[in-house]
Design a protein around this ligand. Structure first.
Ligand code: FCB
Length: 478
């Protein structure tokens, strides 16, 4: 660690309240591997990953980090790291291979052991029920386009609640429903690879309904932990003062942020500007009682933050310079595009590094939702940078340390007394992620981990950022 990193540790540690939770986050499909072990059924992602061209360089998720067989080693890494909490997801097809009907006891047993080992190691479990791996038989029936999937999700959630409800500290129903609807059903770059553009909106609604029904199921099961959801948010600004840019920025804000947060927190869908109303027509038809179901009281709100977005009117395909690239071919069908932030450095994914926008976002969420905004966890924050596939020694990821220090620092400063979002209650911060892993369509090409993984040998090598987070974790207590 350099002298400068050490000073950020002292400064940050001094700002962290004793009850603030520091954690790491991960998702089943990205780390577990063992896709056919112990009765697990296939998921939408198993099938998608087999399609030629779907995953960068044809990388396979079959082994990933082999976490399924290396949980002890990975828990030791977390214990040595000194984190309070581990956010991980349950694989629905491991627990209920058909997506409905019989429960696979071996699947439940795996997570049962994981939870007990975590507790023994002093790491508290935060469980995500759905992080994108829909059981394949349900996907064949339409997946989240099919309303029945919401009901199946609640049944599976109840099974998990009955088995783990006594030991899980926090429950997250869905991870980033917008990513599933947008990347999976609208643009086709994620599973299930559908390209429906605005006709994908029912997949948003049914996930939200699944969220509401799952919250009800968890409460009915009497789980001991608290309950929330994890939405990704990007603060949106127009590329210029031109009216067209303003209108498209507003529309994008609905598509990306408000279609998910408004019904959950306020019990209604946002009203689109007149000019783009037809895009959202699917939401105009939803049943009033669905909105009541979606609008469940929550104990916390999970915020995943990666980057801000600048929107310009006019077809422009994918990213423009330092703007995130989604699917140029499909994006070209839309009358707007994402514009660059030339003032910011970018990550390995080409995402702008803009920590101050996290403060802006926290302010915006509180302005929008007021008292309806529950206390908040940052459930994901992190970055990929180009790093070698193999390493024999230390991995000097100063860029990741800077990224994490500036984002955590921004969140702590913004929510401290006198900060721009000091009326937001921030409960904790989870780094995405512990291990380099299967980064969805990007395969193993984007490394987000605090720990380097050699995907040939599966050897884990903690990076400098791991030691940095470890020293922060220690320093806040001293
Ligand atoms: C988020 C996902 C997570 C990971 C990070 C980099 O959108 O929730 O699984 O892929 O991005």
């Amino acid at each position: 660690m350099t002298v400068q990193d050490a000073s950020t540790v002292g400064d940050l540690a001094g700002r962290i309240r004793p009850d603030f939770i520091l954690g790491v986050a991960a998702a089943a499909f990205q780390i577990e591997g063992a896709l056919t072990a112990d009765g697990r059924g296939p998921s939408s992602w198993d099938a998608f990953a087999e399609k030629p061209g779907a995953i960068v360089d044809g990388h396979s998720p079959a082994v990933a980090c082999d976490h399924y067989n290396r949980t002890d080693e990975d828990i030791s890494l977390m214990q040595d790291l000194g984190v309070d909490s581990y956010r991980f997801s349950l694989s629905w097809p491991r627990i209920q291979p058909g997506g409905k009907g019989p429960i696979n006891q071996q699947g439940l047993d795996f997570y049962d052991r994981l939870i007990d080992k975590l507790l023994k190691a002093g790491v508290s479990p935060m469980v995500t029920l759905f992080h994108w791996d829909t059981p394949l038989p349900l996907e064949h029936d339409g997946g989240w386009l099919n309303r029945a999937t919401a009901e199946r999700f609640a049944e599976y959630s109840a099974a998990a609640a009955h088995r783990f409800g006594d030991r899980v500290a926090q429950w997250v129903t869905l991870n980033e429903p917008v990513s599933v609807a947008l990347q999976g059903y609208a643009l086709g770059v994620h599973a299930p690879g559908r390209r429906l553009l605005f006709d994908a909106l029912p997949a948003a609604h049914h996930q939200l309904l699944g969220h509401g029904l799952a919250v009800q199921a968890l409460r009915a099961a009497g789980v001991a932990g608290t309950i929330g959801v994890a939405n990704v948010h990007s603060p949106v600004s127009p590329a210029s003062k031109r009216l067209g840019d303003g209108l498209m920025a507003k529309a994008f804000d609905l598509i990306f942020n408000r279609v998910y947060a408004d019904p959950i927190l306020l019990g209604r869908y946002p009203k689109p500007p007149l000019q783009v109303k037809p895009w959202f027509r699917a939401l105009g038809k939803v049943r009033e009682e669905d909105l009541k179901t979606i609008h469940q009281p929550l104990d916390f709100y999970g915020l995943n933050y990666y980057y801000p977005v600048k929107v310009a009117s006019g077809r422009g395909g994918g990213g423009d310079g330092s703007a995130p690239v989604i699917n140029p071919e499909m994006m070209a069908k839309l009358p707007f595009h994402l514009a660059a932030f030339p003032e910011y450095e970018t990550t390995g994914f080409g995402w702008p590094v803009a920590p101050e926008h996290l403060g802006i976002l926290l302010r915006e969420l509180k302005d929008r939702y007021g008292d309806a905004l529950p206390p908040l966890f940052i459930t994901e924050s992190g970055a990929s940078f180009p790093e070698p596939e193999h390493t024999r020694g230390p991995v000097h990821d100063a860029d990741r340390i800077r990224y994490l220090a500036s984002h955590l620092g921004q969140a702590l400063r913004a929510t401290a007394p006198g900060g721009i979002a000091d009326d937001v209650e921030l409960l904790g911060y989870y780094v995405w992620t512990l291990l380099d892993n299967f980064e969805w369509a990007a395969g193993y090409s984007q490394r987000f981990g605090l720990v380097h993984v050699d995907f040939d040998t599966l050897e884990r090598t903690p990076k400098d950022s791991y030691y940095w987070y470890q020293s922060l974790s220690k320093a806040r207590r001293s």
